[in-house]
Ligand binder design. Structure first.
Ligand code: FRU
Length: 483
């Protein structure tokens, strides 16, 4: 494939897709996976002609990152996705080494994609237009070159354009850093999407995150503004910022053309979360989807047929100083008959509940841990495997332990998530699909996402209490047409 003539690359990828698809038994049931091969960042997550489109960084040929194309799906409800032909291949001189991440917008009935074209280390912003299925790259590409960056910028890292429209024109944010490695997000403006001019440094990072911000996303929410950025080089800063890759959310407002944050948080405490994008749904909700994988700490075991998947789309709100996330409400339409139980465990007791098990599940637990001793929830268990969620009410901490989750050797075995001190009271929503666990604590105030790879027969859920616990447990199987 690497040796094929450049202009054949799209046809080759389309033909390959037609004869290669992951076996449905290996796919997630309701989370987006690559059609085949490799998936990283969500791209162009947008509403176009009444449907929601999602593109993604895609190598159809193998489960490794290489010669990145844009894969394509669409949906009406964020749960059932329709596969569409690969939208873009790296088939022009200016993007021959990859069509990197970007965003999309509906403009005069056309679907406009903006992405970073990569060629021999040069990163430049490019355009493509389409009708929701087929896309054509613009003859004026690249439309924005790294020379447009101010003096002192690291011009080799200039990518991941996020565009939107305002009354006075189109705006674009890109991620980057300065030459000393300090992260920056830049703002550009255009009247026609083709001629762009530099406006400002929109936000500048500090020493805790170096090496460049990637994949900025920016949107109004609940009367304020939110900026999301991802970085692969966060310095460890307690539990709030694990070292390595991280996505930060800033809540604030603009002053002139720069962003002034009033609050900052780690968006997801799991290691399998990166480069999220958002869109505004037809009913006004702000919906976010992220890459549920990792550049470092690869959780996928040897021999698994693909790499990378997406999170469940999540509804965002601002509540106080927090950006909260809840599973998209459309998921509730896929619930089977639920089980509700009075949850009561004595000190030292371990038990399961009849009917509360499975690997495609929507589970809610509301507990009061009065003597402040630890509670463990063992998910996806059999005699050999388990994925353990441990609540420590003294430390106000949830820990997810994947040492027995069937992951590959590169996995980050444990991840910790601080939860607010509510005197031993905790509300949890856990969404499980075949190969993932997403944990929303205290109505989405803190979230932890993890891929797991134990066999599907590991489907027991067990609770283990050190002290006395009471509460309510609800579980709904998630039911999909047989795949
Ligand atoms: C983020 C990222 C982007 C880049 C893309 C390449 O995960 O590094 O900055 O556009 O992946 O696939």
């Amino acid at each position: 494939m690497d040796n094929a003539p450049l202009h054949d690359r799209l046809n080759l990828a389309m033909a390959y897709e037609r004869s290669h698809a992951i076996d449905p038994r290996d796919r997630q049931l309701f989370h987006v996976c690559p059609h085949s091969g490799w998936m990283n960042d969500p791209n162009g997550f947008s509403l176009y002609r009444g449907e929601y489109h999602l593109f993604y960084q895609y190598n159809p040929y193998a489960p490794v990152w290489n010669l990145i194309h844009w894969g394509h799906y669409k949906t009406r409800d964020f749960i059932t996705w329709e596969h569409l032909p690969v939208a873009m291949a790296p088939d022009e001189e200016y993007d021959r080494d990859g069509c990197f991440s970007g965003s999309a917008l509906e403009v005069d009935g056309r679907h406009v994609l903006v992405y970073s074209g990569i060629r021999e280390g040069r990163q430049a912003q490019c355009l493509a237009m389409g009708d929701g299925v087929a896309y054509t790259k613009d003859t004026e590409n690249p439309v924005l070159l790294p020379d447009a960056l101010p003096e002192g910028s690291d011009r080799r890292n200039f990518r991941d354009p996020k565009i939107w429209h305002e009354r006075d024109g189109y705006y674009m944010l890109t991620g980057c850093a300065d030459q000393t490695g300090l992260s920056r997000v830049f703002l550009f403006r255009s009247h026609d999407l083709r001629a762009w001019s530099f406006v400002s440094v929109f936000l500048e990072g500090d020493d805790t995150v170096r090496g460049g911000w990637e994949c900025p996303d920016y949107f109004p929410l609940d009367g304020e503004k939110v900026l999301l950025v991802s970085s692969q080089q966060a310095a460890e800063n307690g539990v709030e910022q694990p070292s390595g890759h991280i996505t930060l959310a800033f809540i604030g407002d603009t002053q002139g053309h720069s962003f002034k944050p009033r609050a900052k948080q780690t968006l997801d405490y799991g290691s399998d979360f990166y480069a999220p994008q958002t869109l505004e749904a037809m009913d006004g909700r702000r919906i976010m989807i992220g890459w549920m994988h990792a550049w470092e700490h690869d959780p996928v075991p040897e021999g698994f047929p693909y790499k990378g998947m997406m999170t469940l789309p999540r509804e965002l709100r601002i509540e106080g100083d927090r950006l909260t996330q809840r599973p998209v409400r459309e998921l509730e339409g896929y619930r089977g008959e639920g089980n509700v139980v009075d949850f009561a465990l004595q000190a030292g007791e371990a038990r399961s509940y009849p009917g509360i098990s499975g690997r495609a599940l929507d589970l809610t637990l509301d507990v009061q841990q009065s003597d402040r001793r630890r509670l463990e929830i063992e998910l996806a268990c059999d005699e050999r495997y388990k994925t353990v969620l441990r609540y420590d009410p003294n430390e106000c901490m949830l820990t997810l332990d994947r040492s027995m989750s069937g992951c590959g050797a590169g996995v980050a075995v444990t991840r910790r998530m601080p939860v607010a001190d509510r005197q031993g009271r905790l509300q949890l929503r856990v969404i499980m699909d075949r190969y993932s666990v997403e944990i929303f604590a205290n109505h989405g105030k803190s979230v932890l996402t993890a891929a797991i790879f134990s066999p599907q027969t590991a489907d027991v859920i067990r609770f283990r209490a050190e002290g006395t616990v009471r509460g309510e447990l609800k579980a709904y199987p998630l039911v999909f047409p047989q795949k």
